[in-house]
Every structure is written in structure tokens, then in C-alpha cells.
Design a protein around this ligand. Structure first.
Ligand code: AMP
Length: 485
């Protein structure tokens, strides 16, 4: 379905642009032919394919080639800590590693440079597409509470179900074959909402590089040049865009729809967006990486208080609210949000099962999110566990704590969010030192070699003894109170 749709665009509109960044453009014909050529070579082996890169045209080409070759693609952000990349490499057991650029970590792992190599593997004749929809389409690694990243396996069937659902949303459908701005790195699942629905619709993806997102003047210029009709991003990114009044309809006159997902959307952000873009459709979407990016969405208007995160009847999969014994709760009763059916991924890489299971013979994923269904809408009410969303990034404090506990200078460590007005403003590390404290600069330097920069704590607090609760575990309530002082 997805591959066939892309093949049809390559045939019917070969010169239409499928993907572009500030430097390069890729037509549908080039995308299809290069991916097909690369897939011939990829078919010689099996298993996941690690792909290093940022927003180079080689990224979508190699992702598509992997789908054609029935091998899961595993995008790796080369800007991450090398130790973390090595953990991902070891867990994945990947035998094929490709790189779209000259990156140190890629070189260390002996990656093959993609460059213009597709032509080397070109073989004439029709390409035969694999037909097992339950095979893994991609693997994405998210933060893991035990200290190592978790690899989520998503099947082609789940991906296709997501694409079909996304294109059925009226505010997305009206964007037709226009341009979508892609903000997210390909190692995050929000990028799935840009690439595949656009390619299935014959539309164009305009990819923003990380550097273009770090300077508002550069960012606004890129957004203006894009002539985009759709923007997909996190609420944190849109708040960054809204910092200056220049971000308005004058800057992006064609913009029709913003698809927001990944963290809570404050109603005042919606209000400001509507002031700056009076005609805009604003979609609040909800879902975890484990259930193919997003499972429900709702067009939101400004209103006071909390906004809903999706409509239940038009969801991509069945949504349930479960009690502690995994029994469904009636509407209006808060519990754990669970997803059942086609969107649910094939599990994690390795033996870890986490929230995956079955429900009445169908695949189930218990999200760890608290929520409630009311008036046909899903409402997000926070987390059951300690997972944090900061600037749109999913962070397990346990991953940072595990990195800190590797140091002999530390006896105990806890990481908590710094909250202000209901928003996460950063992370705090509370540390029980084993003797003398290390200087802050050294702490940062050591951590950056193990975890991504967005996980670096902003505040460091030394305690003589880590507070314990009556069960002998770290007393997080006491630490929260300490942070508020
Ligand atoms: P990720 O796997 O990075 O996409 O993160 C998934 C988690 O992000 C969910 O389990 C929620 O905790 C949170 N999340 C996703 N969408 C929303 C939303 N619209 N509102 C609030 N939280 C969200």
C-alpha cells in the first residue's frame, strides 16, 4: 500500500519534489530509483540497518530502500553521545551500518558511506516488493529507565495504519500535495508523521536541519522560504517560534495546518497561534513511539484549562482506560491509557516486554500515561511513572541516574524535573557524594559522553544523605519538596 503509492507517484509525477533541505532536492523518480537500487544490495543480508545522518537526502532514500528490502531501518542521530550510540549498536545487533555524512561515531563503527553509491547497485528490471506486512519497518530507540535506551519495533502494518489514519484527518487531507516542514530528527518518532504521510500523498517534505532551528532569524528565513502548508512539531518548538511576533501569517501565508504531538499543549499557546494565524487548523495529537507515532488527534480551539488530546471515534486504534488490574474503566473515570490493535508495535528489541501485551486476542500497549475518556474525547492527566517530557524529548530519569551511578565519586543520585507553572523547565540532579564533590564543569563533561545533551541537569544539589521512605526507597516526595524550597 505505502510502497505502491510511492511507486505510483514516481511513475505519474516523476519530477515532483519528494524531499528537500536547504541544499538538495530529491524528486519522486530519484527517490524511488535510488531506493530500489540500494534495496538490491540490502537484500543480500538481513536484520536491522543502522543509518547515521541528519537531514541529508540519503536518509529518506535509505529508509525506503530498507522497506523495499524488508529490513527495519534504525535512524541514528550522529550528534548523540558515542557511548549511547554504542549501546544502541550492541542492542540492535545490526550487521549493516550506513552513513549519509562524515560522522565520527559512524566511522568508529565502520559505517559504509552512502554518497552516490546507489548507482553501483543498480540492476535492471522490476523491483519485487516484499509482502509480509507484520515484518518490522523501523526501530527507534527511546530513553530507558534502567539506564540503556529501549528499541521500539514498529511493523509495516502499524506504519501503514498510521499513514492511512493521518491522511484521513480533514485538516491534513486539505494540505493535499503541498509542502510539509519537518522539524524532528529522524531518530524521533514525530518525523514519521512527516515522511510517510507526505510520500503516500505525493507531497513534499521540507526538512529543517538542527542548525536552522538554533537561531530565530535563520529559522524564520527557512520557514518563509519553505512556502509550507503544514508544520509538524512539538509544542515546545512552536513556543520557540512564537517568541517573536515575526512568526505570523505574513511569514507563512500558505500555512493551513499545524500538527502538534509529543507533550502537553497549553491552551495559551493555541490562543497565541490563532491570534497570529487566524485561519490555521491546530491539531493536538497523542501517542507513544510504541504505537506508531500517534493514535488520536483533535482540532483544538482556544479554551481555558486543559485541552483534549484526541477524538476517540476517529482514533487509529482502539483506546481504553484501564484500572490497576488491566480492567477497562467506564467513561469519566481516570486510569491508565491503553492502546489496542493495529497501531501497537511488535515490542521492544530484546526480551524486555514493558507495557506490551494482549487484550481480547489483539495487541495491547499500556502507555504509563494517566487519562480519561469524556464526551468522546481523550484527556491526558500526567504519568503513572517518573517519565518526563522536556522540550518535547522523552526522558527516563533512570537513564541519567544510571549514568551518574557509574562514577565512583557518587553514592546515590536522583534526577527530578524542575517545574514552574505546570511546565518542565529543566532537570535537577540530587547527589550524595562519596567524599568530595566534583566541579560542575567536570560533571557536565563526563555526562555528555554518556547521554544526549537535552538530558543534562541544569541544577545540581548535593545532599549529605539521600532521603528514604518507609520502604527503604529513595523518597521522591521529600526531594520534590526540597526543589520547591
Ligand atoms: P514519545 O514516545 O516520545 O512520542 O512520547 C510519548 C509520550 O509523550 C506519551 O506517552 C505521553 O506521555 C506524551 N504525549 C504524547 N502526546 C501528548 C499530548 N498531546 N499531550 C500530552 N502528552 C503527550
Amino acid at each position: 500500500m505505502l510502497l505502491e503509492a510511492i511507486a505510483a507517484h514516481a511513475k505519474e509525477h516523476p519530477d515532483r519534489i519528494a524531499y528537500q533541505n536547504q541544499k538538495e532536492k530529491l524528486s519522486y523518480r530519484q527517490l524511488w530509483e535510488r531506493a530500489a537500487a540500494l534495496s538490491v544490495w540490502l537484500k543480500k543480508e538481513s536484520g536491522p540497518v543502522m543509518i547515521f545522518g541528519e537531514k541529508e537526502i540519503g536518509m529518506p532514500i535509505s529508509f525506503l530502500a530498507c522497506l523495499m528490502a524488508a529490513r527495519p531501518y534504525l535512524p541514528v542521530d550522529p550528534g548523540q553521545a558515542i557511548k549511547r550510540i554504542e549501546q544502541i549498536y550492541r542492542q540492535s545487533g545490526a550487521k549493516t551500518i550506513l552513513t549519509c555524512g562524515e560522522y565520527l561515531a559512524a566511522e568508529k563503527l565502520g559505517a559504509i558511506f552512502l554518497g552516490e553509491r546507489y548507482s553501483e547497485y543498480h540492476e535492471s528490471g522490476e523491483i519485487s516488493l516484499p509482502d509480509n506486512p507484520l515484518r518490522d519497518a523501523y526501530w527507534l530507540f527511546t530513553s530507558g529507565s534502567t539506564g540503556t535506551p529501549k528499541g521500539v519495533r514498529i511493523s509495516l502494518a502499524a506504519l501503514e495504519n498510521f499513514v492511512e489514519w493521518m491522511l484521513s484527518i480533514p485538516a491534513i487531507a486539505k494540505c493535499g500535495q503541498g509542502i510539509t516542514v519537518n522539524q524532528s530528527q529522524f531518530s524521533f518518532d514525530l518525523s514519521v508523521a512527516d515522511l510517510w504521510p507526505c510520500f503516500a500523498a505525493g507531497a513534499t517534505v521540507w526538512a529543517l536541519k538542527r542548525e536552522e532551528q538554533q537561531d530565530l532569524t535563520v529559522l524564520y528565513r527557512a520557514l518563509q522560504q519553505s512556502s509550507a502548508v503544514r508544520l509538524t512539531c512539538t509544542p515546545s518548538f512552536i513556543r520557540l517560534c512564537l517568541c517573536d511576533e515575526m512568526f505570523s501569517q505574513q511569514l507563512m501565508p500558505q500555512l493551513k495546518t499545524i500538527f502538534l504531538c509529543g507533550e502537553s499543549l497549553p491552551s495559551r499557546t493555541v490562543e497565541t497561534l490563532h491570534e497570529r494565524f487566524p485561519q490555521l487548523s491546530i491539531i493536538n495529537a497523542y501517542g507513544p513511539t510504541e504505537a506508531a507515532c500517534a493514535v488520536c488527534a483533535v482540532e483544538v480551539q482556544e479554551r481555558s484549562g486543559t485541552l483534549p488530546v484526541g477524538e476517540v471515534k476517529s482514533a487509529a486504534s482502539k483506546l481504553l482506560i484501564l484500572d490497576e488490574d488491566k480492567v477497562p474503566l467506564p467513561d469519566g473515570t481516570p486510569g491508565e491509557i491503553a492502546i489496542v490493535g493495529k497501531s501497537v508495535g511488535n515490542g521492544y528489541v530484546g526480551a524486555f516486554q514493558g507495557g506490551f501485551g494482549t487484550f481480547a486476542g489483539e495487541r495491547l500497549y499500556c502507555t504509563g500515561d494517566k487519562g480519561m475518556i469524556r464526551d468522546g474525547l481523550l484527556w491526558y492527566l500526567g504519568r503513572i511513572d517518573r517519565q518526563i517530557k522536556y522540550k518535547g524529548y522523552r526522558i527516563e530519569p533512570g537513564e541519567i541516574e544510571a549514568a551518574l551511578l557509574c562514577w565512583k565519586e557518587i553514592n546515590a543520585a536522583a534526577v527530578l524535573p524542575i517545574q514552574k507553572a505546570g511546565e518542565v523547565r529543566g532537570l535537577a540532579a540530587i547527589v550524595e557524594w562519596n567524599g568530595k564533590e566534583l566541579p560542575l564543569s567536570e560533571c557536565k563533561q563526563r555526562l555528555i559522553s554518556a547521554i544526549p545533551s537535552y538530558m543534562l541537569p541544569k541544577r545540581w544539589i548535593a545532599v549529605e544523605k539521600m532521603p528514604m521512605n518507609e520502604r527503604g526507597k529513595c523518597d521522591f516526595h521529600a526531594l520534590e519538596r526540597m526543589l520547591q524550597e
